[in-house]
Design a binder for this molecule. Structure first.
Ligand SMILES: C[S@@+](CC[C@H](N)C(=O)[O-])C[C@H]1O[C@@H](n2cnc3c(N)ncnc32)[C@H](O)[C@@H]1O
Length: 293
């Protein structure tokens, strides 16, 4: 207790929500994070249990030391370039919010292109296979937007399938309407055919991985690459897919932006026709589709 008449000790500075956002943005900028302001807002909102909008409506709200520590812990992870989706444990894809863990690739906006194509082109009631489902992003988005489809999803990773199954169980209606199967490629699907096969296989080369942003080091290697050239899984998919397509069935696969010609050739070699390269909103080749006569 201060002696009578003595000055009270200075109070520890109280941070506000606005201060935390500003300091976090500075920290992430200094660490070379690509979108420091956005990520700072996401981290602060998550640490405080608020929505992002609350940061704008209540920037003067004081922050308790416990809240500041919670934000700091999340901020330290982002400063080490851990993907935001792993820190939050979730990622939006099409109309869904998916749980994601380091056992699965973070679903990318580019992949929405192949979903869009299947949603638009699958005949009513079509049997669709999602090859390499990861978090279940493609399969669950299709089941959500085209409930008439019969969707099967395979992955070689049992850990990824657990995440995908949990995402299926979390769906609004709780319906597990996707059949998840552990399979190395088509190995567990002998004798089964589909009307449509959709894939986002691992397709990065060693050189692309070496030059990739540090965030990718947190993602499962088997989701990013299948070999030094980058096209190993694509080559296997193209060679194997005709045996699993019904007559008139189609395949669409996401590709790296330099792989359109090579994958088109692989599809032609596999006897597929009607080969088409699909470009993303930036005009880059992003997927190739083909049909089995
Ligand atoms: C690029 S990730 C795509 C994940 C998800 N479809 C997405 O778009 O977010 C590729 C997925 O293919 C799986 N995979 C890799 N090789 C495979 C194989 N031989 N057979 C089945 N799945 C495979 C990986 O485990 C990974 O989940």
């Amino acid at each position: 207790m201060p002696a009578p008449g003595a000055e009270p000790p200075p109070a520890a500075p109280r941070h506000t929500v606005g201060d935390l956002v500003a300091l976090s943005t500075q920290h992430l900028t200094a660490r070379g994070v690509a979108s420091p302001r956005l990520d700072a807002e996401l981290v602060v909102a998550e640490g405080l249990g608020l929505g992002r909008l609350d940061l704008y409506t209540g920037p003067e709200r004081p922050v308790t030391p416990a809240e500041r520590d919670a934000v700091r812990a999340l901020l330290a992870r982002r400063a080490r370039h851990e993907p935001m989706a792993y820190i939050l444990g979730r990622k939006g894809f099409r109309r869904l919010e998916l749980a994601v863990t380091p056992d699965v690739l973070v679903p990318r906006p580019e992949t929405e292109l192949v979903v869009e194509w299947v949603v638009a082109h699958a005949p009513p009631g079509a049997r669709v296979l999602d090859w390499g489902t990861g978090s279940g992003a493609i399969a669950l988005a299709l089941a959500d937007e085209r409930p008439d489809l019969a969707v099967t999803a395979v992955d070689v990773s049992e850990a990824a399938l657990s995440v995908a199954r949990a995402n299926a169980a979390r769906r609004r209606d709780g319906a597990a309407d996707v059949d998840f199967v552990r399979s190395d490629g088509f190995a567990a699907l002998a004798g089964t055919t589909f009307d449509l096969v959709v894939a986002n296989p691992p397709y990065l080369s060693d050189a692309e991985l070496a030059a990739a942003p540090p965030e990718l080091a947190f993602e499962p290697a088997g989701a990013l690459t299948a070999g030094p050239r980058g096209d190993e899984a694509l080559a296997r998919l193209c060679a194997d897919v005709p045996a699993h397509l019904a007559p008139g069935g189609a395949v669409i696969t996401e590709i790296g932006e330099t792989q359109a010609a090579a994958v088109s050739q692989l599809m032609a070699q596999a006897g597929l026709t009607g080969i088409r390269v699909h470009r993303d909103l930036a005009g880059k080749p992003r997927a190739v589709s083909a049909v089995k006569q």
